[in-house]
Design a protein around this ligand. Sequence first.
Ligand code: AHG
Ligand code: MN
Ligand code: MN
Length: 339
Amino acid sequence: MVNRKVFTLDEFTLREMRAFPQATGELAGLLRDVGLAAKRVNVEVNKAGLVDILGDTGDVNVQGEEVKKLDAFANDQLIGVLQHGISCAGIASEELDDVVIFDNDISKSSKYICMFDPLDGSANIDVNVSIGTIFSVYRRVTETGTSLTIKDFLQPGMRQVAAGYIIYGSSTILVYATKRGVNGFTLDPSIGEFCLSHPDIRCPQNGKMYSVNHGNFFQYTDAVKKYIDICQKKNKTNGGPYTQRYIGSMVSDVHRNLIKGGIFMYPATDAKPKGKLRLLYECNPLAYIVEVAGGKATDGKQRILEKQPTELHERTPLFIGSATMMAELEDCLANENEH
Ligand code: AHG
Ligand code: MN
Ligand code: MN
């Protein structure tokens, strides 16, 4: 018997579309394309230890094909599906210096652009720790039918139409947000479909987990150190000490905090005064998802989604998570910002 309670990603996005009579289905198509690339990446991630996929780019495997690192593989899969789909006019990727403009007639008439981190946490690949893909979708600002320009990519995060991520973890989950809400779909490998498993995700207002690289502690500002100190102690209101969790794949850390409540921080350090994480395809999409779910995201001074990007690969400090924990952090940072 067919279980009609199961919604596939496709069915869900098409239903959502019905709320917008003017919708053309392009966004649903783009999400399906990203889901397809994710399924292919998932297959490779799952056999990462079995084949030579861990080899450096440039190696040749037994079939005589070039062996690619998983992040290069994920990058190629995403570009492939989006280039051949009808929804995307061009992309930007962590793996590529420049944007790629799809200059064929069909893509030129598409209204969306997509930016992505094909594999986040790639240093974790060889050690069987969860990794992910992060993506961000904008409506182009140039006219459809013309070639894209860099202006289409350098838009503030609040203009995102959709943002999402896939985590290749104990199971594979695709989470995406539009202004209508955040929903999670777990891959059912037996049928190869993402099925709605986490409807209407809300980020708990408070949490007990904080995620930060403690190895950098002495490079943080006094205000950030003070907040970490608060996390480690009990006070009248916070129910601390909190639990520290840091996977080293931001997408997995942020996903856990989104579901369970918590805060993730990648502050500026002496070595990386602008922070490490990239605004356009790491911080903006996660900030959008977390904000739609009721949480907050800032660079310590400004809301991430309001930052006007000036460069494709620019970096930013990031503080993101449950609203109450973010308010607690902002109290510490406010004192610093006043000085
Ligand atoms: P990527 O694998 O795409 O380069 O991103 C890794 C990022 C992020 O996912 C993670 O939280 C952070 O780098 C870890 O950095 P540190 O090792 O400096 O803590
Ligand atoms: Mn990354
Ligand atoms: Mn990456």
